[in-house]
Design a protein around this ligand. Structure first.
Ligand code: DGL
Length: 263
């Protein structure tokens, strides 16, 4: 096999602070079913959203080192928080493509003039310079509110998505915090929040759009690999799920399956 061919058949590494990135893994698998995907959830160190930049960076370096050892051809940071903390450093350190995520504010602003938008994310993402820069590109023309939603991360990590009352109460708490009825859109700026999309849709008026960055990220990854002739030629790829807490692996597979059933 030629070296380029070997690289094209190499896996893609995808990671998050825990289980949120499973939603990104799923979107990538749907868009690129021939790729071998290795997911690492860092549930042992979750949540990242209340950690310092240094602490988050240290974790990301450990995980990316592991992906390099596994011979990955690209790494997707399926975590807005980790991306805000250290994407430039990771891009400098590793010789492969590193794809990051940020709240899909641009998409929300493109939905119309003078939009009223709530960005739901972790405290870390919302107070970082990366988000401030993004927001300043749009806040002259649109009204943008920042809503930190730590409880939505915790419910996913603690396997409480099945507790419908708790989930609805928590979502309603964040909706009311922002007078949900008068919004044009909510941006899900944390990958853990994708699991609430269906329930959130039921709680919000039809006029409020729910926007997230998963599809955009997967499409960007596909483009980058395509440009370098690094797309796999296989029909079906393997999906491998790992976690720094071994006991979370089964649950992660259940979450992935749940998204399969929602297709
Ligand atoms: N899933 C992560 C994100 O997209 C953050 C969750 C956490 O606080 O660890 O930002």
């Amino acid at each position: 096999m030629e070296e380029s061919e070997m690289q094209a058949e190499s896996p893609i590494g995808i990671f998050d602070s825990g289980l949120g990135g499973i939603s990104v893994l799923h979107t990538i698998h749907q868009m690129m079913p021939g790729e071998d995907l290795i997911y690492i959830g860092d549930s042992k160190y979750n949540p990242y959203g209340i950690k310092t930049k240094e602490e988050i960076t240290e974790r990301c370096l450990k995980i990316c080192d592991a992906f390099m050892e596994l011979g990955c051809k690209a790494i997707v940071i399926a975590c807005n928080t980790a991306t805000s903390a250290c994407v430039p450093l990771l891009r400098e350190k590793y010789p492969i493509d590193i794809i990051g995520m940020e709240p899909a504010l641009k998409v929300a602003c493109s939905l119309g003039e003078k939009q009223r938008i709530a960005v739901w994310a972790t405290s870390f993402t919302l107070k970082e310079e990366k988000f401030a820069n993004l927001m300043h590109r749009f806040d002259q023309e649109h009204q943008i509110d920042r809503i930190p939603c730590p409880d939505l991360v915790e419910l996913v990590e603690k396997d409480q998505l099945g507790d419908t009352k708790k989930v609805k109460d928590t979502l309603n708490f964040y909706i009311q915090k922002d007078q949900g009825e008068s919004l044009d859109s909510i941006v899900l700026g944390c990958t853990h929040f994708i699991f609430y999309k269906k329930t959130l849709r039921q709680l919000l008026p039809d006029s409020v759009q729910i926007v997230d960055g998963n599809e955009g990220t997967a499409a960007h990854l596909k483009d980058l690999l395509g440009q370098k002739q690094l797309l796999s030629n296989k029909k079906t790829g393997k999906v491998e799920i790992k976690n720094t807490l071994e006991e979370k692996v089964e649950y992660s597979k259940k979450l992935f399956q749940r998204l399969e059933e929602c297709k």
